[in-house]
Design a protein around this ligand. Structure first.
Ligand code: UDP
Length: 312
């Protein structure tokens, strides 16, 4: 039976590895490409020996040759947590720009469909709330987050150029905050930080006064939205995320309650350009993909907590 082949860059990362699982379950062959600077081989260890899965250790900012037929490329390689891209600013800029160029070149050569993992960070510190896809954003190009935000904005521009000029079939997903098993405990994001601190009995470090908002999507919902977008005809960007918005202080309190820890909240300085609000408007995804998230935060957090307990 014919099996389409998909390449997943960043396939050993949090989202990439869940995508590899989903694509294999859908009957694809999967080639995972990762240089493992933020990805982790443990995320794909369970796929060892699967005849439909292969792993290539490679930095996608360099030219890549892959023999044979390729039908889909999902470009998920990039440091993606604020701590990671502050530690790896040049690599972040390179993978968003040079890496996206290499991936689009491969897509053109193979006549493959390319899906770009973009981000709600393209909206910056948004003045339109919730964020709709037609909002152009409010990004500081020279601030510390600029390395990620501008790389992804460039990646979107490059993707649209290859679509318009070379006729490459492209898709762009704008991913909002996502959580679930295989997040790294040390990646600096709010959820692993809070859970790690709660489980170790330390105080939870809330930045600023905790009034900034985020909207957290469980990973299986996100992957489902991405798969539906990949299979759709939509070439313009689509927001995928869970619109359930809370303040970071409320989020920390939820984790304190869920873990039953005696830890309290400790307030720390707000990072530069930390967005004050963030919530996806998912009207477009609902309409064109028939997609909306199903897993509520309580349910998703319980599963994630069990994962982190095993890790600690
Ligand atoms: N945050 C926090 N304490 C932490 C880590 C993060 O209060 O230990 C805050 C951070 O300032 C931001 C929000 O939680 O307002 C979400 O941060 P995260 O790094 O998860 O992702 P972001 O949405 O900023 O990309």
């Amino acid at each position: 039976m014919f099996k389409p082949t998909a390449v997943v860059t960043g396939g050993a990362g949090f989202l990439g590895s869940h995508l590899c699982d989903r694509l294999l379950a859908e009957g694809f062959k999967v080639i995972c490409v990762d240089n493992l600077i933020t990805g982790n081989i443990n995320n794909i260890a369970h796929l060892t020996g699967n005849e439909n899965f292969s792993f290539v250790k490679h930095d996608i900012t360099n030219y890549i040759f892959l023999p044979g037929r390729i039908d889909y490329i999902l470009h998920f390689a990039s440091p993606a947590s604020p701590i990671d891209y502050l530690k790896l600013p040049i690599q972040t800029l390179k993978v968003g720009s040079l890496g996206t160029h290499k991936v689009l070149g491969l897509a053109k050569e193979k006549k493959a469909r390319m899906l770009l993992a973009s981000t709600s960070e393209v909206y910056g510190d948004p003045v339109v709330h919730p964020q709709t896809e037609d909002y152009w954003g409010n990004v500081n190009p020279i601030g510390p987050r600029g390395v990620y935000d501008e790389a992804k904005r460039f990646a979107e521009a490059m993707t649209m150029a290859y679509h318009r000029y070379h006729g490459v079939e492209t898709r762009i997903v704008r991913i909002f905050n996502t959580y679930g098993p295989r997040m790294r405990l040390d990646d600096g994001r709010a959820l692993p930080e809070f859970v790690g601190q709660a489980l170790r009995g330390e105080d939870l470090t809330v930045f600023g006064d905790g009034s900034q908002t985020r909207s957290f999507c469980y990973v299986s919902d996100l992957v489902d939205g991405i798969f539906k977008l990949l299979m759709s005809n939509e070439t313009n960007p689509v927001n995928i995320g869970n619109p359930a918005e809370i303040t970071i202080k409320q989020f920390a309190e939820e984790i304190i309650n869920l873990t039953g820890t005696k830890s309290k909240i400790a307030y720390k300085e707000l990072p530069v350009d930390d967005p004050k609000v963030r919530q996806p408007d998912i009207t477009k995804a609902k309409k064109i993909l028939g997609w909306e998230p199903k897993v509520d935060r309580f349910e998703g957090l319980k599963i994630t907590l069990e994962y982190f307990k095993k890790m600690i």
